[in-house]
Design a protein around this ligand. Structure first.
Ligand code: ATP
Ligand code: MG
Length: 524
């Protein structure tokens, strides 16, 4: 190889190395995991705010006689389809749904092995690992029969059309139950109420829950794909308006306790199965007349759900909506009386409200009383809580027809956001004591002291390894500890501890009982 060739070889080698490095860097980048779009982490110190909100809810709801129910996050897809409603945005396009497929079934094999694969499906259907539904059984029989005609395929190339049919049927096979991440929890509460026969319990069943919900919406401020709700439900044979008012009272007590300012309660009655259908038809007829002036969404809703048109936020639709017939003028006597009494019961409790005839809820199960609470600092996602009555839901899901229900769900993300916006920020966690120790004997003394301090309720940071004095106290500063307690040979010999207030450097030598007293004073 002459010099020129060597040069060339080196250049090629160099460029190959650069390419490889670039590729490695790209792989590295693609391996950096990030949370999935619309899902987020809630970190300290914000998480302390969340705990405070949830703890306060537990306390307030507890005083109203509510107990916690913990629910699964996955439910049968049909539960939501039936209760929330097939035509709603939530069920028609926002749910995270998948087939909960058995791991006992191997992945789909090459065509030659299809017959044994289908037999395997049959066995798993018998054992219950694959749903033995009517359609599945029929498909199975059909596949067996068709398989006899077309396999082994090498000998029957004329049967290719039937093979396409075979694969089509096979892919229509439901290999597991359809399950969904819950988009809301009322359906689950009602499912649990029925499943556990809670109608036999005395009085009203009063339950609250808190936890994540999932909807595949467009993420934006106050709107996430995993969001959190704190909700409560009252289930029982009575639909007394006093129950509606007390549920709302409980909610307002919580917001007061949390010092949420600017919360506005909107209420409405959307009638029941006696009067709403006629109103919906009246509304639909009126909407048909102005159809051309409406946006695409509202036009579609004239057919699917005219009530939802009232919910529209589109600027140019507002004047049109204002002139539409109002449900208040179309309520039957029973609904009108119920609504009037809800308002009187709210007055009795000194709860201010705004009547909002356009307040309809996006879930099918609501009837009569509906309400929503808006808060400040949230932009267009300003509803922190939605709720209402759902008297027919228990029956719809197969429970006793006599059970009525009412409840609400608070959007915890939005509630926390609103509290932050108004400066009701997270309470600083705060480190009371940084326990600096120097030397092996001091470490053992420090471990014992840390335990006694923590037992007394102090927040203590105990370094896991020995550090130089300056470095250790520097860390105490950066962790914003209120006091440093120093344990070294000198202190051990004297049976005392040195305590240093980090804000002004005040230093004292104290024995253990004096130390505890001093630190209690520092905390107050
Ligand atoms: P919106 O009109 O804001 O979409 P919604 O009518 O869909 O609300 P509900 O199903 O009644 O809301 O849920 C009750 C509360 O849950 C809402 O008032 C809101 O605070 C909260 N919430 C609903 N969807 C989300 C979401 N994607 N992200 C954060 N919070 C949400
Ligand atoms: Mg929504």
């Amino acid at each position: 190889m002459n010099e020129h060739d060597q040069e060339k070889a080196r250049a090629i080698e160099e460029s190959r190395r650069l390419r490889q490095e670039k590729k490695a860097a790209a792989i590295e980048r693609s391996h950096q995991f990030r949370a999935i779009k619309g899902l987020r982490d809630i970190l300290p110190p914000e998480s302390a705010q969340w705990s405070r909100v949830e703890q306060t809810a537990r306390e307030v709801f507890g005083t109203f006689g509510f107990a916690e129910i913990r629910l699964p996050v996955l439910e049968a897809t049909n539960l939501f389809a039936r209760s929330v409603g097939q035509e709603t945005d939530i069920v028609s396009k926002e749910m995270y749904t998948f087939i909960d497929r058995t791991t006992e079934l191997r992945p789909e094999p090459p065509i030659g092995e299809m017959p044994s694969y289908v037999e395997e499906i049959g066995r798993l259907m018998e054992s219950g690992s694959i749903p033995g539904t009517e359609p599945n059984r029929a498909t199975f029989k059909y596949l067996i029969a068709l398989g006899k005609e077309i396999f082994p395929i090498e000998e029957k190339l004329s049967e290719l059309g039937k093979l396409t049919e075979y694969l089509f049927q096979l892919h229509g096979f439901q290999l597991g139950d359809s399950v969904s991440l819950r988009p809301e929890a009322t359906a689950s509460v009602v499912r649990a109420y029925i499943q556990h026969g809670m109608q036999t319990l005395p009085g009203n069943v009063k339950l609250y829950y808190m936890g994540p919900m999932f909807r595949r919406e467009r993420p934006q401020k106050g709107r996430y794909r995993q969001f959190y709700q704190i909700g409560a439900e009252v289930l029982g044979t009575s639909d007394a308006p006093g129950i509606d008012a007390e549920v709302i009272e409980m909610l307002m007590r919580l917001f007061e306790r949390l010092k949420l300012k600017g919360a506005v309660l909107n209420i409405n009655s959307i009638g029941d199965k006696n009067c709403r259908p006629a109103y919906v038809e009246t509304l639909r007829a009126e909407l048909q007349k102005v159809r051309e002036q409406l946006g695409a969404d509202s036009q579609r809703r004239i057919e699917t759900n005219p009530l939802r048109v009232l919910d529209s936020k589109l600027e140019h639709e507002q004047a049109i909506i204002e002139k539409l017939p109002r449900i208040a003028d179309h309520l039957c006597d029973a609904c009108r009386a119920h609504y009037a009494e809800v308002k009187r019961q709210l007055d009795l409790r000194g709860i201010a409200y705004q009547e909002n005839w356009r307040l309809v809820r996006g879930l099918d199960y609501y009837m009569r009383t509906t309400f929503e609470i808006t808060a400040t600092g949230l932009g267009s996602q300003n509803a922190v809580c939605g709720g209402g009555r759902y008297d027919g839901l228990v029956e719809l899901l197969g429970g006793p027809a006599t059970t009525k229900g009412i409840g609400f769900a608070i959007g915890t993300d939005r509630l926390v956001l609103s509290l932050q916006e108004m400066g009701e920020g997270a309470t600083p966690g705060g480190l009371d004591i940084y326990l600096a120790w120097f030397g092996p004997a001091a470490q053992s003394a420090a471990i014992g002291l840390a335990r006694r301090l923590r037992d007394a309720g102090f927040v203590v940071e105990l370094p896991a390894v020995e550090m130089k004095f300056g470095k250790s106290l520097g860390l105490a500063d950066r962790l914003k500890a209120r006091n440093a307690v120093i344990v070294g040979d000198e202190e051990l010999a004297a049976g005392t501890f040195t305590v240093k207030r980090l804000s002004d450097g005040t230093q004292k030598k104290l024995n253990e009982s004096e130390l505890f007293e001093y630190l209690r004073g520092e905390r107050a």
